[in-house]
Design a protein around this ligand. Sequence first.
Ligand code: 0X9
Ligand code: ZN
Length: 423
Amino acid sequence: MTCRSIILFGVLALCWQVGCKESNKYDSYTLIRLFPSDSSQIEAVKYLEEPQHQVEFLKRSRGFNDSTDILVPQGRAQLVEDFAKSENIQYDLKPNYGRSFESLERIPRRRVLRGFNVYEYHSYAAILDFIDTLANRYPNLVEAQNIGTSFQGRRMKLVKISQDHNAGNPIIFIDAGIHAREWVAPAMALYLIHRLVNDPEARKKELSGVDWYILPVVNPDGYEFTRASKSNRMWRKTRSKSKAYDCFGVDGNRNYGFKWAVSGVSTNPCDKETYAGPKPFSEPETQMVRNIMMDNAKRIKLYVSLHSYGQYLVYPWGYTGDFVPKEWKKLDALARQVSDAVEGAGGRPFRVMSAGQWYPAAGGSDDFAFGAVGVPYSYTMELTDGHEFLFPEYLLRLVLPQFYEGFKAFGAQIKKEFHGSRG
Ligand code: 0X9
Ligand code: ZN
């Protein structure tokens, strides 16, 4: 080892232990929460979506008791404030937003001796390890199916939990983490796996007559990217490389092949948020989810895509807010049952509506499952509200068990309606 490499190694080791100051472009950004209260104010806020304002939209509001949250670079916050004042829109501010990014949660911890703590955020390698360990320990209950590799070559595994894989039971298919920065979604999927496998009650109820297929991280490349540095923490898309431009990533939830790109998408590969991709299913990650759906089309009775944040539970259509499917009452009623169950466990209720009534955006997995595959119940679940995408790790212990009650309600309905009905 040369003298220089010894010093470098020493510095890295020290950083690993005490944490080093990492430059983060979001340190100087301001989080602005706008509270538009009627449709004309909601309409006015759309003006900020024009690219010259350099505003990043974290969450859109429908106007009732909810905020539109945006991140604004240094020097532009005043313009947005002036705009809000001129439109009479209430707002609040959080300057130096990036300073609140927690770095500890990304430091690899020594987990080998402690096992896998479901109330922590994990690396993708640790997640795969957890899945393999369960599949080895409970071979009759858990199957880890290899479904392919991500753009950057990460292995993807579908976790199939069933007391009888040959019984042809109705399937509940859950995925999470299509959006890289929404860390609480994979955490929920992993907690769900943990409860279904380790809670003896689940074998008597949730797993009796119903199979659960869970894909905990749809976009592992993006997920690992958000873990790599603080300035990557707000990444949303995949990490594929655009052929024509020097830009990366597609919004996986605009990439599904049903009414692709008809609303709420960007056609610019360099757009940070909602680029729909060069064509439907351009991404290996969305192709894999599509294949799971198509291969099990007859048996999947419920599909839930886990996202964060905003505490919304929305159903098709997402591509339009002008109308809802004729089955909307059933979709709406089950969503309300789930919301009630979560509230009954001390959690916050969900805002229930069609996705398009929240804001229209085409190419979502929920619309594809419902419209193209024929899954009778299909939802996008936006977990948590407050803390934006930075939901603190210490609160997982509180909210994950509350959300689990919602999944029990989902399970009960699917069993009641479809068990024994065969397709
Ligand atoms: O915009 C999205 O993809 C989802 N919200 S998020 O903040 N997690 O990005 C909502 C998707 C709802 N479904 C459809 N629009 N199809
Ligand atoms: Zn999302």
